[in-house]
Design a protein around this ligand. Structure first.
Ligand SMILES: [Zn+2]
Length: 445
């Protein structure tokens, strides 16, 4: 079993190791001993053992790996794509002209390469765990294995699901349901040992693309597999408007009626939710994930983040996996036009929420760098202009830490990235795949 001793590091962590502990961010100069996939000892003046790798980190910061609470690795090869041929006027146009054609253009190989490229972006931003929400309507069966393979190649953890939808008719709907259940069954049947690299949820696109029978079937999988639902909820007004046009109730009420508002679920966006909706989420123990940059980009409105339930977090919604960028942009947006509802307490609450979510779903004390915690951390060689202390950690997250400062990323005790490493795939391979996808979308000859 490999072992390493980190000496004299400035260690920032967010939680004690006890699973039921409240967040308690702290900064200490200490030594950490890593053995296998966990931190096994924390203290001052730890003595190196025979054969142990010793890394001197005086003046260097070590902190838990970043977590993305809602992402879409399938969109990695959309970054830099040509502009759509028709002007986009609404959120609905963005879905029908960009994301739905894109998800139909993904084949098995493109799924894998998108996950690989996105994971490479993620690790270079210190992100070590992604709650992914996958869609590839023309290549559904086995697609979650392809996403898993891309994450594994880079060495990251993931919580995966497939976005069930009725967009492609009943036949395709059934295939998307099967993919969720197949993947969850695979995880269930796999031998259990140590810190899980992968977990799963039951995935669904959004209430307005789901017929009532589909909601029943989704509930069946959640109950059989004992997991929650990962879905877009009230990303904009479209979710509610389409529901009303169809003669349905409001999106959250529909999900409630079908038993889909259940603990351990991850709902993304929540822009168009009432105070009563927020209370329902709070009572049911559902996680509501704020995707601030995506909301801005899609023009869906400003999420009422001051009313979000206690179980809240931040996600990039497929834009990238740079969590420091996501947090600070949401913080700035909250401050625009006067100190808004985010502020420092909000930023801390949303950031720490991602670790609480990962603890709940994975059953492991992520966010802690104490003995017993998974050895998932970032070694950050930033030029420390101002002291990093238990009082200033949030200011450093919001203004001081940058991906270019990352020296090494460790997941499960394994160095998965070192600054200067070669990418896991040639850029030309990705570019060829992207061009093939854009051609199938009719955007490129
Ligand atoms: Zn999303």
């Amino acid at each position: 079993m490999s072992s390493m001793l980190l000496k004299n590091a400035t260690v920032l962590d967010y939680f004690p190791v006890a699973m039921d502990a409240e967040a308690a961010p702290r900064v200490e100069v200490v030594d950490l001993r890593v053995s296998g996939e966990r931190i096994v000892e924390r203290g001052t003046d730890l003595v190196a053992k025979d054969g142990e790798e010793v890394i001197e980190l005086s003046g260097v910061t070590v902190m838990p790996g970043n977590i993305n609470a809602h992402g879409h690795l399938y969109s990695s090869l959309a970054a830099g794509m040509p502009a759509p041929k028709v002007p986009l006027k609404s959120f609905n146009d963005i879905l029908t002209e960009i994301w739905w054609p894109l998800d139909r253009s993904l084949d098995a190989e493109a799924n894998y390469l998108s996950a690989l490229a996105g994971s490479w972006d993620a690790v270079r931003c210190g992100t070590t765990l992604i709650f992914d929400h996958h869609a590839s309507l023309a290549a559904v069966g086995g697609s979650l294995d392809r996403i898993e393979a891309g994450l594994s190649e880079v060495g990251l953890r993931g919580c995966l699901c497939y976005e069930t939808t009725d967009r492609g008719g009943k036949g395709q709907r059934d295939i998307t349901l099967q993919e969720n259940e197949r993947y969850l069954q695979k995880l269930h049947d796999a031998p259990k040992s140590g810190v899980p690299q992968f977990k799963g949820l039951v995935g669904a696109h959004a209430s307005f693309t789901l017929e009532e029978r589909t909601l029943e079937l989704l509930e069946g999988i959640c109950s059989r597999m004992g997991v929650g639902l990962h879905i877009h909820l009230a990303e904009g007004t479209t979710d509610r408007e389409v529901s009303h046009d169809r003669g349905w109730k409001d999106p959250l009420d529909r999900l409630t009626d079908f038993g889909l508002v259940r603990p351990g679920s991850v709902f993304a966006h929540g822009v168009d939710l009432s105070p009563i909706d927020m209370q329902t989420l709070e009572e049911k123990g559902v996680w509501l994930i704020h995707c601030g940059r995506s909301n801005m980009n899609n023009g869906v409105g400003r999420a009422p983040i001051d009313r979000f339930p206690l179980n809240c977090g931040v996600g990039t919604d497929g834009l990238d996996n740079n969590m420091w960028g996501e947090l600070r942009m949401s913080y700035f947006r909250g401050n625009e036009g006067g100190r808004g509802p985010m502020g420092n307490p909000g930023a801390a609450r949303f950031w720490l929420g991602n670790y609480r979510l990962a603890r709940e779903i994975f059953g492991e004390p992520f966010g802690s760098l104490d003995a017993g915690a998974p050895a998932d951390f970032i070694i950050l060689e930033n030029f420390q202009k101002t002291p990093l202390t238990s009082d200033t950690w949030l200011g450093h997250l919001l203004f001081d830490f940058h991906p270019w400062d990352i020296h090494t990323v460790v997941v499960g005790g394994r160095k998965v990235y070192r600054n200067g490493d070669t990418p896991p795939v040639e850029a030309t391979v990705l570019q060829k795949t992207a061009a093939r996808m854009w051609k199938s979308m009719g955007w490129q000859n």
